[in-house]
Design a protein around this ligand. Sequence first.
Ligand SMILES: *[C@@H]1O[C@H](CO)[C@@H](O)[C@H](O)[C@H]1NC(C)=O
Ligand SMILES: *[C@@H]1O[C@H](CO)[C@@H](O)[C@H](O)[C@H]1NC(C)=O
Ligand SMILES: *[C@@H]1O[C@H](CO)[C@@H](O)[C@H](O)[C@H]1NC(C)=O
Ligand SMILES: *[C@@H]1O[C@H](CO)[C@@H](O)[C@H](O)[C@H]1NC(C)=O
Ligand SMILES: *[C@@H]1O[C@H](CO)[C@@H](O)[C@H](O)[C@H]1NC(C)=O
Ligand SMILES: *[C@@H]1O[C@H](CO)[C@@H](O)[C@H](O)[C@H]1NC(C)=O
Length: 415
Amino acid sequence: MKSTYILINVLMFIFTLSNYLTVHSQDVPKEPLAKLWNIENDEIPKYLSIEKNLSMVDGILKLLLDDDNFGGTFIDVIQNMIFINTLNFTKAEQIKNRTEIRQYTNLLNFTRAPNSTAILNSRFQDITNFAKSYIPKYCMGYINSKINNIVIASCNETRNENSNAAFINVIRMYYPIFTYYNCFEPSNNEIPSLKSYDTEDQILAGDGIRDYYGGICSVGFWARLQPNKNFIATAGHCDSSRSYYLLPWNSLPTASIGPMQDYYLEPIDFGLIYIENKDVQPVPSVRNADSAQYKELFIKDIIPVSSNGAHLCLSGVESHVKCGYVVALNGFTSSGTNFRGKNFRENIFVVNLHSLSGDSGGPIFSYKNLMQVSLNGILTGGLDNFNDNINGIIGVITISSILNVVKNLEVVTAP
Ligand SMILES: *[C@@H]1O[C@H](CO)[C@@H](O)[C@H](O)[C@H]1NC(C)=O
Ligand SMILES: *[C@@H]1O[C@H](CO)[C@@H](O)[C@H](O)[C@H]1NC(C)=O
Ligand SMILES: *[C@@H]1O[C@H](CO)[C@@H](O)[C@H](O)[C@H]1NC(C)=O
Ligand SMILES: *[C@@H]1O[C@H](CO)[C@@H](O)[C@H](O)[C@H]1NC(C)=O
Ligand SMILES: *[C@@H]1O[C@H](CO)[C@@H](O)[C@H](O)[C@H]1NC(C)=O
Ligand SMILES: *[C@@H]1O[C@H](CO)[C@@H](O)[C@H](O)[C@H]1NC(C)=O
């Protein structure tokens, strides 16, 4: 009798313990990459190494693919495969037989596709030139390798404006795919719940900044101009004449930072806020405060992604951290005519990711491992459906285009 009682107790204990463990593991939120790839947190390192491997092979492959027999590549981390849009399978067989590639053939999937890189590039160049002269409102253009075609994305609400209608009309002959987002929310009465004042005066990439008039953007990264002047880099369209305040996540504004010293709206969307207040300390890390374990991601370098299908993530005051897939490493955005003039930007990365308006200027980065990231650029803006939280694309101002324009700028990285 006694032993049964003990056994039951032991069983109860095991039951409680296992219950406790399951509840506990469910409590740990999924890291942004685990959400993107629909995997568990502990599988992230494995998939990061698969992605690294695929990107490396994709790099070798791109040197061998000519523009007439092939039509672009993209990687798929979950399938552990590189897809190659192929017009000529005789040529594909020859490439598989190359010594540099032979050991990787199990990673390659040559699929039949109608449009060659040569055709897509030349048509995209023509479309880009038309976009430059018409400056359609809220428009992005890029070559999507996954669908082997040119995509022109814009807002449903502005498709009938003169500049948009004229642009669409003139590029019809290139047969791009037109995509429309429902961009404008009727009115936003949502009042976010805010904590009381936060006294922390550290600034991380992804924190919010608020200007004197109430405009909200996100911190891109810590930048330095010689001799030893420190700045917060953000988007140029966040410009404002007066000082900015630090706006931590889910919080009210805290410390004053300083004014924007310099900004550009073309060819890049980029601004530098001078850190006048010596009490605020910039940190070369990305904010990831919703994570249980990795609340700060160290910015180790500025190595850009090189493959379509690779991950890129955003940190911003509205969205916090979110990840998506690279859809193009070369696209354009066109603002239309607004109070800042007409802005056209080329050489942007396009990522499949739904962002929110206060995220502008926030860092775009890729994970090296769970604690360290490579900074790729900052968010200029995106096109999203206001009525879902999934569909959207963003434009990324790349670090290389920033460094091309702003001479002597240094991106401060973690030691
Ligand atoms: C990379 O791919 C090669 C070829 O399939 C394979 O031998 C190697 O184990 C892969 N490495 C990783 C980290 O997946
Ligand atoms: C396909 O590629 C092979 C090998 O390079 C070449 O000889 C052939 O002319 C190509 N076919 C076409 C239709 O271009
Ligand atoms: C592959 O290369 C070998 C020599 O490197 C050659 O003998 C063979 O015919 C090639 N096969 C194809 C399909 O090109
Ligand atoms: C290549 O991809 C297609 C489409 O996803 C798939 O049906 C096919 O099985 C793949 N081939 C190989 C060899 O994996
Ligand atoms: C586009 O916007 C109009 C209003 O401007 C709306 O009536 C229509 O339903 C929208 N189209 C789509 C596909 O959502
Ligand atoms: C790509 O191929 C499809 C199918 O042949 C064609 O309809 C489309 O016009 C092509 N796209 C471009 C940009 O040439």
